[in-house]
Structure formats: C-alpha cells, structure tokens
Write a protein that binds this ligand. Sequence first.
Ligand SMILES: Cc1cc2nc3c(=O)[nH]c(=O)nc-3n(C[C@H](O)[C@H](O)[C@H](O)COP(=O)(O)O)c2cc1C
Length: 154
Amino acid sequence: MPTLKIFVGTVYGGALDVAEQVKPLFEEAGYEVDILEQPTLEDLVDPLPDLALFCTSTTGSGDVPGNLTPFVRALKERPPTLTALRYGLIALGDSSYVDSFCGGGRSLDALLEDLGAQRLGERLEIDAMETFMADDEAVPWAERWIAEQQLRQA
Ligand SMILES: Cc1cc2nc3c(=O)[nH]c(=O)nc-3n(C[C@H](O)[C@H](O)[C@H](O)COP(=O)(O)O)c2cc1C
C-alpha cells in the first residue's frame, strides 16, 4: 500500500485538527497514512513516502511552529535531494499579520522547492480572519486535490 506522511506544524492544535480530518480521505483513497507531530528529517527521507502533505500554521512573525523547527533546521543544515518527493501544502495563517501572512507555510514550501521536491497543485492558504474552522476549507480542498492530481489508487 502506498504511504502518505502528514507533517504537522502547530501551536494551538488547528493544523493537527486539519491533518486528522483529512487523514480518512487519503485512507479511503488507498494510502497508509501517518501523522507526524514531532517530525525528524529521517521521517521524510528514510524512506521517502509516496506522497507527503505538510500542514502548518505560522507563529512569531512568519515562523513555523516550534514543533517543526528542528525538522526545518535539519532540512537547511543537512539538505537532502528531494527530486523524488511529491507533496501538497496546507498553510494556516491570519491575514491581520499582513507582511507575514502564512509565512511559515510559504517558507517551508520555498525550501522544499529549492531541494527539488515537486508540489502537486497549488498551496492552500487558510485565513483565520475568514474561516473559523480550518477543516471547512481543508476537507473540500483535499477531496479536490485527490481528484485533480489523480491520487486515488486503483
Ligand atoms: C503569537 C502568534 C503569532 C502569529 N503570527 C502569525 C504570522 O506571522 N502570520 C500568520 O499568517 N499568522 C500568524 N498567526 C496566526 C496563526 O497562524 C493562526 O491563528 C493559525 O490558525 C493557528 O493554527 P494552529 O492552531 O495550528 O497553531 C499567529 C498567531 C499567534 C497566536
């Protein structure tokens, strides 16, 4: 069975909630799904999953949450080649932080791209100013993502 790893970056649990809500959609599409709340670089590369989904909020002024900091630091200090990685990215943020809106997700996305990884489709950005429950946007997005990127297993 193909594997999907969901890498979560969260302070207050919203991004984890999103990961837990989309997990059954991927299971139903034929994946073995793992949610990682304290991910390490090894979780990503050893072995590389068939698909990865990064689901992270933003804290500070445009930073990834603390639980994702060691992972991001390792990506920068021991940069792996990620050309075989296909991924999606859900960023949670708040547009009242005008200059750093979704900065954590955006910077992680740029880093993954620099390392050669291939993002499938567009990044989803969920604005807490507009959406009270992030799942309300994330679940339909994940359904569309699976369909449009033809991720369902035969
Ligand atoms: C101290 C603090 C700093 C934040 N900084 C930013 C920011 O720079 N950019 C942004 O888009 N959102 C920022 N946010 C908003 C959160 O990213 C947003 O509320 C998100 O939904 C929280 O998700 P979580 O529950 O997974 O941590 C900040 C929130 C707090 C409490």
